[in-house]
Design a protein around this ligand. Structure first.
Ligand code: HEM
Length: 491
């Protein structure tokens, strides 16, 4: 009797699942939206841990050639949009309905759920307004000074390591962590020279791939309910504790006036903290830590990956490298080698080189949003509230209609304006990357210092840039192999 009861329950549950699955599977077909048939367990995410999501996005774009494509995040329908017009509508025109990201951290993890990258409105608006104060033109002057000094360390390190093949990503992660430590957290370090430092211990741990961390990131990006259920953390616990200790020590050692214009990220975080103590406002210590974590995670690896690709592309493109060198030389003669700010400002081509590298290899290759209310995408399609929407930046950035011969490194194409909303390596609209100008300063100083001091050559038998492996297990578009070049001193 018990056996039959159990069997009936199991059959009923299976039938219910099947009915639900049939509904899920027909979701996009019923709405006339192109799609690839979903997998019953993973939906469209069958590539996870086997292929980088950016390549999946690019593949969707190239195969469907359609305004939008329906996908499933496990069983949840989501929409990938593929045109500049829809990108503009979602990111800018109708941004009120797309203020939040779909990716979400567990509420049990304040460092994840309160940080600028992941937090939702209305908390996001207040935090963004405060943290933006660290990224105004006057504040970025101090970032310029730090980046110029650390770029010289980069040159010293390359000289010390000799003409041997140098692994780019580790060296550039040392440099970008160093710039962030010194310029934002006011921590003295010489990580660019030594590869060691307090904050570098954190970024090394973040960079280490492990299966649990990989699954944690997949849950945050694509299955927030699971992130909540398994109380997934944004950062490994050791890194969070370490960052907390560093910041507490800095807060103790430094005093900051509440109404004085803050100069660095650290001062802004301290003011947020003091304001909340003085006025009982809602910024807890966790919220402050969360912003430091967001800026560190959002900035150091994206910038180091970009530097890796820029250097690698230049090593494989001698004509473009020579042109950059000549322009930098002229600018250096005009401003003197101590005035890197002037040198960089006078070299238009460095801008084109960086833009072109970010077109081909955007570290965050798609832009994630979620619809707050039902939304009319066009006359044929209305999506429901809660539907995740992905703007397919990486797809448009290699569309030959917008960028002829898209897999060729051709910085000259950026001497003219690109078609609006076909180029978005830093995103767009209210949630555009807060560190865009900070990143450009960090990138330009390093590239200018390297190219003025070294000729960069490809290593024998190294893959062409467009054929180099892209990491399979991570979610960002970053090298999947150790990219190396040879540096030959120009002096
Ligand atoms: C080459 C370097 C970088 C690239 C390509 C990059 C790209 C991006 C992209 C695509 C977004 C999402 C924008 C959107 O959804 O519209 C973003 C957001 C963000 N980035 Fe960056 N980023 C870089 C460097 C930095 C740096 C240096 C920092 C900090 C110092 C930073 C901090 C952030 C933060 C906090 C957000 C979340 C902003 C928000 O949601 O309000 N990024 N970045």
């Amino acid at each position: 009797m018990l056996f039959f009861l159990l069997l009936t329950i199991i059959i009923c549950v299976l039938v219910m699942f099947y009915i639900k699955w049939v509904k899920v599977r027909s979701y996009w077909a019923e709405r006339g939206v192109p799609f690839d048939p979903p997998n019953p367990f993973l939906g469209s995410l069958t590539f996870l841990m086997r292929k980088n999501p950016s390549l999946w996005m690019r593949d969707i774009y190239e195969r469907h050639r359609s305004r939008y494509v329906g996908v499933w995040l496990f069983w949840r329908p989501a929409l990938v949009v593929n045109t500049p017009e829809l990108a503009r509508n979602i990111l800018v025109r109708d941004s009120g309905n797309f203020r939040n990201k779909f990716m979400t951290a567990s509420t049990s993890d304040p460092i994840g759920s309160l940080n600028l990258l992941l937090t939702k409105d209305p908390a996001w608006t207040g935090i963004r307004k405060r943290v933006s104060l660290a990224f105004t033109s006057s504040k970025l002057k101090s970032v310029q000074a730090v980046a110029a000094a650390k770029s010289l360390d980069l040159v010293t390190r390359i000289h010390e390591e000799g003409v041997a093949e140098i692994s780019l990503r580790t060296m550039f992660s040392d440099y970008t962590t160093d710039v962030f430590s010194a310029a934002s957290l006011e921590l003295d370090s010489n990580t660019t020279l030594t590869g060691e430092g307090a904050v570098r211990d954190i970024t090394k741990e973040i960079m280490e791939f492990s299966l649990p961390r990989g699954l944690a990131w997949c849950a945050i990006f694509f299955w927030p309910d699971m992130a909540e259920l398994f109380r997934v953390n944004f950062l490994p616990k050791k890194s969070t504790d370490f960052l907390r200790r560093i910041l507490r020590a800095k807060f103790k050692a430094k005093s900051v006036e509440l109404n004085k214009d803050p100069k660095t990220v650290l001062e802004i975080l301290m003011q947020m903290m003091r304001k909340s103590q003085d006025q009982e406002k809602a910024y807890s210590e966790d919220c402050i830590m969360a912003q430091a974590a967001a800026l560190l995670v959002g900035g150091y690896e994206t910038t180091s990956s970009a530097l890796t690709y820029i250097t690698y592309l230049l090593a494989h493109s001698p004509r473009q490298q020579e042109k950059l060198y000549q322009e930098l030389l002229v600018a250096e003669e005009k401003h003197g080698h101590h005035n890197m700010e002037g040198v960089i400002a006078d070299c238009q081509y460095i801008d084109c080189v960086i833009k072109e590298a970010l077109r081909m290899f955007p570290p965050m290759a798609w832009l994630d949003r979620v619809a707050l209310h039902d939304y009319k995408v066009d006359d044929s399609l209305t999506i429901e509230a809660g539907t995740p929407v992905y703007v397919n930046g990486v797809g448009m950035q290699v569309d030959p209609e917008f960028y002829p011969d898209p897999y060729t490194f051709d910085p000259e194409r950026f001497t003219a304006e690109s078609i609006p909303y076909t180029y978005m390596p830093f995103g767009d609209g209210p949630r555009i990357c807060i560190g865009k100008r900070y990143a450009m300063i960090t990138l330009k100083n390093a590239i200018a210092a390297i190219i003025l001091n070294f000729e960069v050559l490809p290593c024998p038998n190294s893959p062409k840039p467009a054929e180099a492996e892209i990491q399979k297990k991570g979610l960002f578009l970053m090298p999947g192999e150790d990219l190396k070049v040879k540096f030959i001193s120009r002096k």
